[in-house]
Ligand binder design. Structure first.
Ligand code: UDX
Length: 452
């Protein structure tokens, strides 16, 4: 099949490279000439494991190419994927659809013959209707269909997610478009991936519902973690105890500093706005957004407490800055709120991240960057694990502690929750681990309640 992908950002690139790997001929187009020039030399502007190799291989086998020319990409394409960004609109939290609509107008001018225009970008319910109207107004005689086909790609595992999806959702009421989309994903059908055909609006909403539900799961376990700290429980055991119930499932129950990234925060906000616009209630999503926002900054107070009530004049070393491992993405990363709150409290912040330091420099101020995990901790008053990169999971804790001014570790991802850090002499604070040892406040409270 001949496929065009408009927008060579994260989603567009992964989609284009994976569709080419299925055997389709894919042309990716972007209006940024610098990005296209780099891609033509197989220089990938984002950090995504395996993407560079996949792009290189499919370019070498002449199934994948890049250009700034929309006409070149779109003219003979049977399906045109629109994969441009839909950031949060400044001020009101609605998804900013200006890039989608501009891409649609440009694509409409170049279409020849029946073409399926596929909305891959995350777009609010009803966007497909508007895209269809724009194309029809521009080209009243053209035969075309607009389809919703949301992505469910996790950064850092995007290629795996594309090639082995839990499901593919395709929203269309057009029979011919259905056949074209079935052909696009035929290689996955052979792998028995479930393909779900729905109405277009249902498909658009499914994407938001999926992300809001996952964000809710995370927020729920984060609140359970806070409760564990108050009552003396272990949130990891609570997560396991509920996750083994197959109705709940064990995924996305890892307590941490709050969710971040390019999707969850903006999609939860956009879902709330859509609901408000239609006079519907999305009170759970509203609570999730607000609890998560407060949580990120509250993590700094955990550090302050671990440091004895003040970080003024102290050096705090952060291990990890990106919103999750295996990405250089800093969008809505909890580290941003944590760094700002620590600086407001008078701390000097030093940081190390294996991939995110370049991006971090564009969003964080007055942070000192170090070359590695041991360098960042050298002379620090506390070390804070913010992102669970694999390289932080097996640190030489003796070496780390010896280099520090005081042996305080705040582990916002619970990677050392098994007791290793305490065993190596750290004063350790994790997430959702109540103190239940003899003589602790909780034991005393329990004793008082029991009247002993
Ligand atoms: C997400 C969705 O998973 C994906 O399907 C969608 O298409 C895009 O948004 P991504 O943003 O790449 O993907 O990250 P994800 O792995 O889902 O994590 C999102 C955030 O939640 C991260 O900040 C992560 O640290 C946090 N998280 C995730 C937790 O705090 N606990 C968990 O158990 C899981």
């Amino acid at each position: 099949m001949k496929i065009a992908v408009v927008g060579a950002g994260y989603v567009g690139l992964v989609t284009g490279a994976c569709l080419a790997a299925f055997g389709h001929r894919v042309r990716c187009v972007d209006n940024d000439p610098v990005k296209i020039a780099a891609l033509k030399e197989v220089r990938i502007p984002i950090y995504e494991p395996g993407l560079s190799e996949l792009v290189a291989q499919n370019m070498a086998e002449e199934r994948l190419d890049f250009s700034t020319s929309l006409a070149w990409a779109v003219a003979d394409a049977e399906a045109v994927f629109i994969a441009v960004g839909t950031p949060s609109r400044r001020g009101d939290g609605h998804a900013d659809l200006s890039y989608v609509y501009q891409a649609t107008r440009n694509v409409a001018e170049e279409l020849i013959g029946y073409t399926v225009v596929v909305l891959k970008s995350t777009v609010p319910v009803g966007t497909g209707d508007e895209v269809e109207r724009i194309i029809r107004d521009a080209r009243p005689d053209l035969s075309f269909a607009v389809v919703s086909n949301p992505e469910f790609l996790r950064e850092g595992a995007a290629i795996e997610d594309f090639k082995r999806p839990d499901r593919i959702v395709i929203g269309t009421e057009d029979e011919m478009a259905r056949e074209v989309m079935a052909e696009v994903y035929r290689p996955l059908c052979l792998n028995q991936a479930p393909i779900m055909f729905t109405g277009r609006r249902t498909s658009e909403l499914t994407k938001y519902a999926a992300n809001a539900f996952l964000a809710t799961k995370i927020t729920f376990i984060n609140e359970m973690a806070d409760l564990c700290e108050k009552v003396g429980g272990d949130v990891q055991d609570v997560a396991r105890g509920i996750g083994l119930d197959r109705r709940i499932g064990n995924k996305f129950l890892h307590a941490g500093p709050g969710f971040g990234g390019s999707c969850f925060p903006k999609d939860v906000t956009a879902l709330i706005k859509t609901a408000q616009d239609h006079g519907a209630n999305c009170r759970i999503a509203e609570a999730v957004a607000s609890v998560n926002d407060q949580r990120k900054r509250a993590m700094a107070w955990k550090v302050v407490q671990a440091c004895g009530g003040s970080v003024r004049g102290k050096t705090i070393a952060l291990l990890g800055l990106t919103f999750k491992p295996n990405t250089d993405d800093m969008r809505d990363a909890p580290s941003i709120a944590i760094v700002t709150a620590l600086q407001d409290a008078g701390a000097w912040v030093r940081a190390y991240d294996p991939a995110g330091m370049e991006q971090a420099q564009t969003v964080l101020q007055d942070v000192e960057y170090a070359e590695g995990p041991y360098e960042v901790a050298n002379g620090a008053d506390a070390v804070v694990i913010v992102t669970e990169w694999d390289m932080f999971r097996a640190l030489d804790l003796d070496r780390l502690r010896r280099s520090m001014r005081s042996p305080i570790m705040v582990d916002l991802r619970n990677i050392y929750a098994g007791g290793e850090a305490e065993a190596r002499g750290f004063l350790y604070t994790g997430i959702g681990r109540g103190m239940t040892g003899p003589g602790t406040t909780i034991q005393m409270q329990d004793a008082l309640v029991a009247g002993t």
